[in-house]
Ligand binder design. Structure first.
Ligand code: ZN
Length: 65
């Protein structure tokens, strides 16, 4: 047999047969797809450091009185 592709579900890591009828690919199920999308929406994947740190940006040339 050839042409059968198997990927791992990004959410649970379970092997998923990559078939046209699998509308949830690369996820194994609707549940895992929603979990992944939900994680994004919840900001779990947000990259720390996007917000400027006032302490770091505070210029040393700022006059103090
Ligand atoms: Zn899964």
């Amino acid at each position: 047999m050839s042409g059968m592709r198997v990927v791992n579900c990004p959410t649970c890591g379970k092997p998923v047969e990559w078939r046209p009828e699998n509308s949830w690919r690369p996820f194994c199920s609707e549940r895992c797809k929603k979990i992944d999308l939900g994680a994004w929406a919840a900001g779990d994947y947000s990259v720390p450091g996007n917000e400027p740190d006032p302490g770091e940006l505070n210029p040393s040339s700022t006059p103090r009185e």
